[in-house]
Design a protein around this ligand. Structure first.
Ligand SMILES: C[S@@+](CC[C@H](N)C(=O)[O-])C[C@H]1O[C@@H](n2cnc3c(N)ncnc32)[C@H](O)[C@@H]1O
Length: 270
């Protein structure tokens, strides 16, 4: 198995442990923002790559688009299907890899990915696939955590304690930097616009958010599984708590953090 295949296996596992469907509710407003920004209209064909529980695809479908969603992780696609049925919208859901999209060239008017394609190990190949399946004049929208934001900082902290990644690994949060996105899509020759946006996460306290992440958020669960037997989890936990407290913007009691993400829009030439 190649290094990239191993990373994908790990991804599939990472988003299956815990309860990612609960975590994904935090970023529904980002799905609304990206669909708005792309001006998705009724009848347009829209693909949500690494759709997970379907956040992007569902918002597009609710706006009248012919929505498709693709993801590596069948367990999350099953939740996406349940959510689509409950919302009374149709979404074409497919298990697959962002680096080898099972669609013909020019199949979609728009392709989006919310905190998803960033986790495919071969960034350039995944970007090329997004551009390939979009028709000329189509648009691509990508949301990715920035290195400076609270989620990016969490990933970077965990990485300091975990074994070094394999050679050739590119950190997912690179997709949260404008230069990287511009470089990845240079070959597509589109007009690229990037803006910094935020989602809002509220909890009763730092401890309450951390406890929820330890129970439900794959990257935190797997880091704990690796570090607790080495007696290092308490230190990491304390550092996460410190970072989270420093990011607290609540004016009353409780905790409010607003993790930053980069919203990139690529308008392909007609
Ligand atoms: C943080 S979740 C985001 C899910 C969803 N887009 C959302 O906004 O809630 C990351 C998703 O990327 C998917 N993923 C990771 N690598 C992938 C790949 N190579 N191809 C397709 N999906 C991938 C995972 O299975 C997971 O559903």
């Amino acid at each position: 198995m190649s290094v990239f295949d191993e990373i994908k296996e790990r991804q599939r596992h990472m988003w299956t442990v815990g309860s990612f469907p609960d975590i994904a509710t935090r970023t529904v407003p980002a799905a609304e923002a990206i669909v708005d920004r792309l001006g998705i209209e009724t009848g347009e064909r829209v693909l949500d790559v690494a759709t997970g529980t379907g956040n992007g695809a569902l918002v597009a479908a609710e706006r009248g688009a012919l929505a498709s969603g693709l993801d590596l992780t069948p367990k999350l696609l099953a939740v996406a299907a349940e959510r689509a049925a409950a919302a009374g919208v149709g979404v074409d859901l497919t298990e697959g890899d962002a680096e080898a999209l099972p669609y013909e060239d020019d199949s979609f008017d728009a392709a989006i990915s919310m905190f998803g394609v960033m986790f495919a190990p071969d960034h350039r190949r995944a970007a090329g696939e997004l551009a390939r399946v979009c028709r000329p004049g189509g648009r691509i929208g990508i949301a990715a955590w920035t290195p400076a934001g609270a989620v990016g900082q969490l990933f970077m902290l965990l990485a300091q304690y975990l074994p070094p990644p394999p050679e050739g690994f590119q950190p997912p949060i690179l997709w949260g930097t404008e230069d990287h996105v511009r470089d990845l899509f240079a070959a597509a020759d589109g007009a690229v616009t990037c803006t910094l946006e935020r989602v809002r996460i509220e909890a009763d306290s730092v401890e309450a958010l951390l406890a929820e992440d330890e129970e439900k958020l794959g990257p935190v669960i797997l880091a704990r599984q690796a570090l607790e037997p080495q007696g290092r989890w308490e230190e990491v936990r304390a550092r996460i708590a410190e970072q989270t407290a420093a990011a607290n913007v609540a004016t009353g009691g409780g905790l409010v953090i607003e993790p930053e993400y980069l919203l990139s829009v690529i308008e392909l030439p007609g």
